[in-house]
Write a protein that binds this ligand. Structure first.
Ligand SMILES: [Zn+2]
Ligand SMILES: [Zn+2]
Length: 94
């Protein structure tokens, strides 16, 4: 089976599909949020990928969106990470 070629053209709805994945909060031992992450199958290549953000409680100038790209462990092309799909997804607030 051959893998999808690396392609920086992202299919429509890729970021929207990631937006629908639930965030899991990472907390320190006092229960304060130190980051958030989500994982799932990349809507483009189907391989497992993850998004993680460092978010600390009290930050008030968080951007509303962040750029993410597929980071699956499969080599779609030499020297590249993921399949090339990328987009902007919403950032959660602690
Ligand atoms: Zn992949
Ligand atoms: Zn992918």
């Amino acid at each position: 089976m051959s893998e999808l070629p690396f392609d920086i053209v992202t299919p429509n709805g890729w970021a929207a599909a990631l937006d629908a994945w639930p965030w899991s909060w990472l907390k320190d031992d006092q229960g304060h949020p130190i980051g958030a992450e989500k994982r799932g199958p990349c809507p483009n290549c189907g391989h497992g990928m993850s998004v993680s953000l460092g978010i600390t409680e009290g930050i008030t100038d968080l951007p509303s969106h962040t750029d993410v790209s597929c980071n699956c462990a499969v080599k779609h092309a030499e020297g590249q990470t993921g399949c090339g799909a990328h987009g902007e997804i919403g950032v959660p607030t602690p």
